[in-house]
Design a protein around this ligand. Structure first.
Ligand code: FMN
Length: 335
């Protein structure tokens, strides 16, 4: 697949600029990242931390598409144009967020049943935007009927691409992606489509790319945080990375060092890193006890010591994954 493009999915709380840069420097494999969403506000204010995450000087390692969560076209246009002025070519509209706090306000995937509102939004926004618009969406809020009502509307507008996660909002991350419904969508959508959802191994990618042979754009989120070697493995078509535990540890240490510089004190760094272990722990089978200790660390020193121990104890497991065959990373990643 010569033109294969891999996108890092936005994962709020994880894939900030520190993570995106460190990932690109240590592993590579991704062609670009979509940044986690920035909510648009009625008063057109935006938190400095969101803007800082997008500053071009903070994003040297990987091209980035910014993302906005909004149901108000006027607010969206103001925020998006501010982002284009920072140097961004594309802004993504989030129509996928499934959390009730968001969706109940008709934002994210909660807006998907409201075809007319989406139509009006695009009619107002698109002529006023200084750059390209892409959309990340699910199949619907409660049912995939939403997307089939929506596609004829989307087809009328010059949207750069659609990133589709083939679940409904109420499914959140449960159940399986509905590949049959996606298949049907692909027959109707005029825009380029990026597939997103549950790619955890090279085997998963191969199965999906066999089924959707026309797709050349793929987005990976949780699978690549749990196994950062996955994008490069997919690109190489084989799983032969050596010294995985060593590389993973270097990546981890880079994150800690950089968060120490930008976050407001060691407590925040600890919280950030403990959150990441929800995913990193999937890299190490049977690390329950060590993980508990890491999560109970009270100081950065204690944290580093305990992480060191976990890596020491599990180095063989992690490196043993190199030997897995059949194109799988060998992990049973349950996220
Ligand atoms: C904790 C968490 C935070 C997320 N934050 C965002 C976000 O800010 N914007 C977005 O479009 N999707 C967000 N997503 C959805 C992911 O981008 C992606 O669509 C989803 O995880 C499915 O892909 P995956 O199976 O490859 O992880 C988030 C998902 C999770 C689990």
């Amino acid at each position: 697949m010569p033109d294969l493009k891999l996108y890092m999915a936005p994962i709020r709380g994880v894939t900030d600029h520190v993570f995106r840069n460190a990932f690109a420097e240590h592993f590579g494999g991704f062609d670009l990242a979509v940044a986690p969403f920035i909510p648009s506000k009625r008063d057109n204010s935006v938190k400095k931390k969101y803007v800082r995450d997008l500053w071009p000087e903070n994003n040297p390692a990987m091209p980035v598409i910014a993302q906005i969560l909004s149901n108000a076209a006027t607010d969206f246009v103001i925020l998006a144009n501010y982002i284009y002025d920072l140097g961004y070519q594309t802004v993504n509209w989030n129509l996928g967020c499934p959390y009730p706090m968001v969706a109940n306000k008709k934002r994210g995937s909660g807006l998907l049943p409201h075809t007319d509102r989406i139509h009006e939004f695009l009619e107002y926004a698109i002529p006023r935007l200084k750059g390209d618009l892409s959309i990340k969406l699910r199949l619907g809020w409660q049912t995939h009927e939403d997307i089939f009502r929506l596609i004829p509307v989307l087809n009328q507008f010059p949207v750069k691409e659609l990133i589709i996660h083939p679940r409904t909002g109420i499914q959140r991350y449960h159940g399986k992606p509905d590949l049959d419904a996606l298949d049907q969508c692909l027959g109707q959508v005029h825009h380029p489509v990026v597939y997103n959802g549950d790619i955890r191994t090279l085997g998963d990618f191969r199965r999906l790319s066999l089924r959707f042979g026309n797709l050349d754009r793929w987005m990976i989120g949780r699978g690549a945080i749990a196994d950062p070697f996955l994008p490069m493995t997919i690109k190489a078509g084989k799983n032969d990375v050596r010294d995985r535990a060593y590389l993973m540890k270097r990546f981890h240490d880079t994150l800690v060092d950089r968060y120490m510089v930008i976050l407001d004190g060691p407590g925040h760094v600890l919280n950030k890193m403990k959150g990441l272990w929800q995913y990193f722990s999937l890299f190490f089978p049977d690390c329950g006890t060590a993980l508990k200790k890491i999560k109970k660390s009270r100081t950065p020193e204690q944290y580093r010591e305990r992480v060191e121990m976990l890596f020491d104890e599990h180095v063989e497991y992690a490196d043993g994954m190199n030997k897995e065959e059949q194109g799988s990373t060998g992990m049973n990643i349950k996220i």
